[in-house]
Write a protein that binds this ligand. Structure first.
Ligand code: UDX
Length: 448
């Protein structure tokens, strides 16, 4: 099939590359000429494992092309995916102006039936707005071409996006007519695997499904974080509680990991947008209010622990920080807990030496002009002369480090672990003071 993808951001690029991979002809449109040039030269503007090779292979095979010609892109695809950004507006609602601009551009150039697919995460009711915008533009041109608007939310996890797209758990399709449903069935046939993955529903329900899924996952995380804090007060161990809870199949083990809060481009934005929608409806959603509030305090929970150990005046203290991205396998630092932690430590007079396997260029950009943070060449260099280590992201290389090197390089053997990577008892018996999330504190004899 011939497909156009509008927007070569994270979602657009992954969608375009994966649809080309199964044999479709794909045109990816972006107004950012610099980005288009990078892509046409085989470069990938984002970090996502496996994406570069798929893009290169499909560009070479002539199935995937990048351009900025709107008229050509509309002419090209029988299916037009809108995958542009929906940044949060000031009041927390998702701003759909780029989605509507893309829809109008399609209508200005289309001369035959098109299926227009909302891939961006958009508030419930956006498909209707897209439909209206297209109708208005067609009316201006005095053209009565048929079209369908479909909602097809994405469920891609950063760092695992290719797998999520190629082997989806479910493909949610919101349609209001059979013709569009047929097109979408044909398009997604190669991804069905052994059994039906497609859930066809009405458009508004599909739009809500995306928010519902992310809000549910964020709720589990905030629930576990609050429970972990309670476990600390009760001298219980959240890791044991988590295993006990998760083995109930109705609960399951996924997304029960306490830590230093959720971040990224989806959960914070989607929780806020859902709250906003609920407020607009007059009902509000008290659970989501709590989920967000808990997350905000959880992000700096490690600093509270630092303060309990070192006091609140951190003047002259230096901290090593491992992990800057909001989770492993990405360089994305949007809403990352590391940002809140670094800012708070610096505000209390400390300096930070950070290391992250891939996110340091992004971090350098984000912290430009901020004094108090520097970056180390490797994870052990970050420890040199530091008062303590703070772990924020659970990159694989942090899971079994050389504790001997840690002991040697840190001024005092103190670890604040926001991801519960190590065994408290073992660290204790090896002379470390170890603070983690929801587990008993273990203090070495030599700790101050
Ligand atoms: C998420 C959804 O998983 C995906 O389906 C949706 O399309 C986009 O949003 P992503 O933001 O890439 O994907 O990351 P995810 O792996 O879901 O993690 C989100 C955040 O939750 C991270 O900050 C992570 O550290 C945190 N998290 C996750 C926890 O704190 N505990 C957990 O048990 C799981």
């Amino acid at each position: 099939m011939k497909i156009t993808i509008i927007g070569t951001g994270y979602v657009g690029l992954v969608t375009g590359a994966c649809l080309a991979e199964v044999g479709n002809q794909v045109y990816c449109l972006d107004t950012d000429q610099e980005k288009i040039d990078i892509l046409n030269l085989g470069g990938i503007p984002i970090y996502e494992p496996g994406l570069e090779s798929i893009v290169k292979r499909n560009v070479a095979a002539g199935r995937l092309q990048f351009g900025s010609d709107v008229a050509a892109s509309v002419e090209f695809g029988e299916i037009q995916f809108i995958a542009v950004g929906t940044p949060p507006a000031k009041n927390g609602s998702a701003d759909v102006q780029y989605v509507l601009t893309a829809a109008r551009n399609i209508a200005r150039h289309m001369n035959s039936y098109k299926v227009i697919v909302d891939k961006s995460t958009v508030p419930v009711g956006t498909a209707d707005k897209v439909k209206d915008a297209i109708r208005q533009e067609l009316a201006k041109r005095e053209i009565s071409t048929d079209f369908s608007v479909v909602s097809n939310p994405e469920f891609l996890k950063e760092g695992a996006a290719i797998d999520d797209f190629m082997k989806p758990d479910r493909i949610v399709i919101g349609v209001s007519d059979e013709r569009a449903a047929d097109s979408m069935r044909r398009l997604y046939q190669p991804f069905q695997r052994n059994h039906e993955r497609m859930i066809v529903m009405d458009v508004r329900s599909a739009e809500l499904t995306k928010y519902a899924a992310n809000a549910m996952l964020a709720t589990r995380i905030s629930f576990m974080n609050e429970l972990a804090n309670l476990a600390e007060s009760l001298d219980a161990d959240i890791e044991q509680v988590r295993q006990g809870m998760g083995s109930d199949p109705r609960i399951g083990h996924y997304f029960l990991y306490p830590g230093c809060g959720y971040g990224g481009s989806c959960f914070p934005k989607d929780v806020q947008a859902l709250r906003n929608t609920a407020n607009e409806c007059g009902s509000g959603m008290r659970i989501m209010d709590a989920v967000e509030a808990v997350n905000e305090t959880q992000k700096v929970r490690l600093v509270d622990k630092v303060n309990r150990h070192f006091g609140t005046n951190l003047e002259g203290r230096k901290f090593a920080l491992w992990g800057l991205s909001f989770k492993p396998n990405t360089d994305d630092m949007r809403e990352a807990p590391s940002v809140a932690i670094v800012n708070k430590l610096i505000a209390q007079g400390a300096t930070v030496v950070a290391f992250d396997p891939v996110a340091m260029p992004e971090a350098r950009r984000m912290f430009t002009g901020i004094n108090g943070i520097t970056f180390a060449d490797d994870m052990y260099q970050a420890l040199e002369g530091a008062d303590a280590l703070i772990i924020v992201t659970e990159w694989k290389e942090f899971r079994s480090p050389s504790f001997a090197q840690m002991m040697q390089k840190l001024i005092s053997p103190v670890i604040f672990d926001g991801r519960n990577l190590y065994e408290p008892e073992w660290l204790h018996s090896n002379g470390f003071s170890y603070y983690s999330i929801g587990r008993q504190v273990t203090k070495s004899e030599s700790a101050h």
